[in-house]
Ligand binder design. Sequence first.
Ligand SMILES: Nc1nc2c(ncn2[C@@H]2O[C@H](COP(=O)(O)OP(=O)(O)O)[C@@H](O)[C@H]2O)c(=O)[nH]1
Ligand SMILES: [Mg+2]
Length: 230
Amino acid sequence: MKISVVIPCYNEESTIRTIVDRVKNAGVSLHEVIIVNDCSADKTPEVLKEWDDDPMVKVFHHKVNQGKGAALRTGFKQVSGDIIIIQDADLEYDPKEYPLLLEPIESGDADVVFGSRFMGGRPHRVVYFWHMVGNRLLTLASNMMTNLNLTDMETCFKVFKGEILSQISIEEDRFGFEPEVTAKVSRIDCRIYEVGISYYGRTYAEGKKIGWRDGVRAIYAIVKYNIFKR
Ligand SMILES: Nc1nc2c(ncn2[C@@H]2O[C@H](COP(=O)(O)OP(=O)(O)O)[C@@H](O)[C@H]2O)c(=O)[nH]1
Ligand SMILES: [Mg+2]
């Protein structure tokens, strides 16, 4: 199976090199790495030049900053693999866990796999209590609408078979992507699995960007894509 990894990337000059190295050494049969630079204002574009001559790494640039959802929309249009893994450009999620995430697909059981920070006994950095509460409330609200029993709707680690992703069009430009894609996947006839993953959370001082406004937008997206856009 050909694996495509899509990395949305905004102002990640300090981590993008490491994350691409980790993706390449993840121990899976990698077909391509698609990086979408979402008009970074730091040195990200210069760092990305490193892979100009690498046929495995394909880099695309946005002319204006649009957000994670928009970056993924751009990336999804370019994928040519059979399985698509979403990877954030910071170091919160470890590509070493791709084999774990891929297992339910490779065994023929799953069409979609979410990596959950809230199940399993793998290492989790202890960071923000209220983020955990927020994530659980958003997951609860999403589950109530989708009737899925997920434990971590907001996870970055989402893996799709190509034929599933091609049935989904992404409208949300920013972090509303996560509830939107969850709502849309729940309405496709497919088998969804969750796998426990590690979480190397970063603090705001270390560059974390998501904020309470994104939580509000997530609620809006849960209502919009589960009720009004059915
Ligand atoms: N915050 C933010 N992230 C973006 C944007 N466009 C793409 N991304 C990427 O989306 C991913 C998730 O963002 P991140 O800041 O790690 O979220 P957080 O760790 O939850 O604060 C990262 O790979 C970002 O580089 C954007 O406009 N804003
Ligand atoms: Mg992050």
